[in-house]
Design a protein around this ligand. Sequence first.
Ligand code: 3MF
Ligand code: MG
Ligand code: MG
Ligand code: MG
Length: 385
Amino acid sequence: PLNPTPADRFTFGLWTVGNVGRDPFGEPTRQPISAPYIVRKLAELGASGINLHDNDLVPLGATAAERDTIVSDLQAALAETGLKVPMATTNLFGDPAFKDGAFTSADRRVRAYALQKTMRSMDLGAELGAQTYVFWGGREGTEVDAGGKLMDALAWFRESLNFLADYSEAQGYGYRFALEPKPNEPRADIFLPTVGSALGFIPTLDKPDLFGVNPEFAHETMAGLSFPHALAQALDAGKLFHVDLNDQKMGRFDQDLRFGAENIKSAFFTVMLLEEGGYTGPLHFDAHALRTEDEAGVWAFARGCMRTYLILKDKVAQFRADAEITAALEAYRVEDTELAALSRFSPENAEALKNREFDREALGRRGPGLEALDQMLIELLMGVR
Ligand code: 3MF
Ligand code: MG
Ligand code: MG
Ligand code: MG
């Protein structure tokens, strides 16, 4: 049961297992690997699909004929393995043209070029069957705010997203769009830095129903926030359109660690929310092997992400089936039907509640049992329960 199958809905970005181990201080430590090769290897490991940026597949500056050959080679590998491409996105961060933003550049020509590049990439994604389109605004931000574009940037971002939603409808692509927040890296301050920020921005768009979020474990953690809390809010809003699973030490550079490698309890609650919160989309790993690794390390990394997810899924089932844990959870919650009725607003209920006597001191004395509950979880995760 710990060996993944396509029914588990695991996907990897081409840029994840394809990562060559470059960092700001050092050159690549691995050779590039081709998209068809990645597809075949991931199929062997039990993944269900791949995701891509336009330029993970088609290099910048490729001719139309080169593009068509590259795309048909990928399609052959997809047909042979049954892998799908559920999500596509645009590289709007690598080219120096985007060094001061794409949709939020102060240069109208850059903003128009970003629209053109995204439309072409949406065409590619649609050709490969993608249904979700992700926007990670990697260069949408600033180092200095002296340019005075803080308000304008949001308006420009909105204008572009509205345009692209209309394009998707006009082409009949039927995409759902997912905004991927990140607080910093590569910019000092990226616009819409957290899941909460993106959820606040979406209702200001022309077609808010087409837009949701693609939360990433590492990104919320970099912001010093809890990923499970962000995930819960996205689920509550009906806006979890996609997810980027990985891991991250808080307060460090963007690490993109193997899922579950660092924060095992948060990974457990991540899996619990994804399994129980009604999410049915792809379980996408946006992470990469450590720079120290060779190709064998890359596949060990990919297998590890999926196995850890499946192990934690088992642990969630064990948590739910554990009688002592269930009893502790029930004891933690206190219900009172009379007070529940009074908590529905009417002028009479409001008046009755205002006059109600509460034993404040008894409320303050109650111990909720969270220490014991959390220790049971720890022991369950450590395999001694
Ligand atoms: C960077 C990211 C991105 C996005 C990708 C689209 C390059 O930290 O997480 O990966 O996930 O652009 O989803
Ligand atoms: Mg990331
Ligand atoms: Mg990253
Ligand atoms: Mg990501």
